[in-house]
Design a binder for this molecule. Sequence first.
Ligand code: ZN
Ligand code: ZN
Length: 220
Amino acid sequence: MTIRHHVSDDLLLSYAAGSLAEGWSIAVATHLALCPSCRRRLTVAEGIGGELLDSLPHDASVDDAWASVRRRLEQPSKAPPFASRETSASGQGDGLPEPLRSYLGSDIDALKWRPLGRGAYQIPIRTGERETRVRLLRIPAGKPVPEHSHGGRELTLVLSGSFVDGENIFSRGDIEDADESLMHQPVATADSDCICLAVTDAPLKFRSWIVRAIQPLLGI
Ligand code: ZN
Ligand code: ZN
């Protein structure tokens, strides 16, 4: 598994400083669970983040969100560590890494998916804050997400399968960081359904009026 798309410096620094809302932190922590090179970057960022934190005014709500993700990360888990799953006999390597496991359970096959239409499914993930919306998305093999732009930032982290967006392919562990300037249409590759973690801080702006019309029902 080679990760090609990594967490940006600003996210990693905010994460290290403990100033990132819980939703974004889940995406960053999940990427870190899968990416040794960003874990090394984090060690450096934590040094810088510590100094930043000392120089910033105290914000209890941010401290709480941070503590909540950290607690989940630190909880001992009965499931085998992720590395051993990756090399297990079943060889799928698509289990849920921490911290997702403590939000959703360890069994990716037992998840309760809700239909989004056109063969796509989602599972909303509850967090303790209102700044972000966090969900798992399952895009059927070979199918696109409806073309959209963004009212804010959107982080998409692949957990299983792959999607193509323009020139880039995103596979397990890869994170796509989109902002208001990007209009895109990710397409799941034909070999399998693509399961991703998606975090947004504003509703998506769909190009199709049909999708826009049903958007409030879907909560995306
Ligand atoms: Zn990385
Ligand atoms: Zn998007």
